[in-house]
Design a protein around this ligand. Structure first.
Ligand SMILES: NC(=O)C1=CN([C@@H]2O[C@H](COP(=O)(O)OP(=O)(O)OC[C@H]3O[C@@H](n4cnc5c(N)ncnc54)[C@H](O)[C@@H]3O)[C@@H](O)[C@H]2O)C=CC1
Ligand SMILES: O=C1[C@@H](O)[C@H](O)[C@@H](O)[C@H](O)[C@H]1O
Length: 337
């Protein structure tokens, strides 16, 4: 049976997900699309030759009788409302990150899902589906580098739009590390501090860029993450894990090595769409398969909540310049792994 999907938000990633669910993945079709930019939604549907219905309001997608599962790919502040509505309608929902703008918002989703009695929400944290991160986790879990002591990470975007502000470095960008580093280390954050190096002249007025976020985990692991969203040279994700017996690094995306004009060169990607293209395919295929099997296994509302608990502490640390505690409540049995 083909799973009928409704998509809310047909911007950059919305279009990508509509394309992959319609043209690349197995077992699903997009039957409804909505965007406050109605013309954009129509264009997304027509350019792919789809027969999907186009709606002006995302709630109409959720309530459409033929829509069996929802993808929320609209702007960050809209995620909570649409995800809560999907859960209230008893429909499976894949929500892009962040799940909500605060831990409080995420917790409302957790409570609604528990009240419904089964997992309905998957959060769009795609890095655990990336082959490089999976290989890194295997090295750690197999004990190949011994006990983990430190992680050095970087999340660099080539540039960002003018509406991107200092807090979004946490809620929109670092949120990926806040999820994937918990998963990699099987640990939770205990404290966080944010420090600001000299700001790049390429940053807009309301953005401090770069930022360095320093964590201590409950096991005592120290983590530093550089967020640099106007790095100019490309889209670059780095993760180095230092263990007692060795060091493991996230592999670089493969690229042709070029020897020319007395230089040795590799291409660096410039766009998240290309860097994680395979991971997005795998994550959404898993969502489709899991919905059909009536059992979600991907990043949960609890994972979305955990990342936002840490994000809230980071936002506080951005303002205070102090070391801030991260207080994570125990995982409910409902979300046992
Ligand atoms: N997992 C990942 O690596 C990525 C996740 N994202 C997330 O996906 C979401 C969308 O990001 P982009 O596509 O880059 O942004 P975008 O700005 O290109 O697209 C967002 C779309 O949502 C629409 N929209 C806003 N409010 C709406 C509403 N109430 N109802 C329906 N449509 C609405 C906008 O008109 C726009 O077309 C964001 O939450 C972002 O954090 C984005 C890029 C990569
Ligand atoms: O999620 C994403 C964007 O929304 C965000 O703006 C970028 O910083 C991330 O690298 C990308 O993966």
């Amino acid at each position: 049976m083909t799973l009928k999907l409704g998509v809310i938000g047909s911007g950059a990633i919305g279009r990508e997900h509509i394309r992959r669910c319609s043209k690349v993945l197995q077992g699903a079709e997009v039957v409804a699309v909505s965007d406050i930019n109605l013309e954009g939604a129509r264009n997304a549907v027509e350019s792919l030759g789809l027969k999907a219905e186009v709606y002006a309001n995302g709630m109409d997608v959720i309530n459409a009788p033929n829509v069996e599962a929802i993808l929320v790919t609209s702007w960050d502040p809209t995620h909570e409302e649409f995800t809560l509505a999907a859960v209230a309608a008893g429909k499976y929902v894949f929500c892009e990150k962040p799940l909500a703008m605060s831990a409080e918002g995420c917790h409302r989703i957790v409570e609604a899902e528990i009240a419904q009695g089964k997992r309905l929400v998957q959060v769009g944290f795609m890095r655990p589906y990336d082959s490089g991160y999976r290989a890194l986790k295997k090295v750690i879990d197999d004990g190949d580098i011994g006990e983990v002591l430190m992680l050095h990470c970087a999340h660099r975007n080539q540039s960002v739009a003018e509406n991107y502000t200092t807090d979004m470095a946490i809620t929109n960008t670092l949120i990926h590390e806040l999820d994937v580093l918990r998963w990699l280390t099987d640990d939770d954050y205990k404290t966080v501090q944010v420090v600001y190096p000299r700001t790049t002249s390429k940053a807009h007025a309301k953005l401090k860029d770069p930022q360095v976020v320093l964590f201590e985990t409950h096991k005592g692991i120290r983590i530093d993450v550089e967020i640099f969203v106007n790095c100019a040279y490309g889209y670059d994700i780095q993760c180095e894990v230092v263990g007692e017996e060795g060091i493991a690094r996230l592999p670089e995306p493969s690229s042709i090595q070029l020897r020319k004009d007395a230089r040795l060169a590799n291409t660096i990607l410039t766009d998240w769409k290309d860097r994680f293209i395979d991971a997005y395919d795998v994550e959404l295929q898993a969502f489709i398969n899991d919905v059909k099997a009536d059992r979600l296994t991907g990043p949960s509302a609890w994972d979305g909540f955990a990342a936002s608990v840490a994000a809230d502490a980071c936002l506080k640390a951005q303002q205070s310049a102090a070391i801030e505690p991260v207080s994570m409540p125990p995982r409910p049995a409902f979300y046992s792994r």
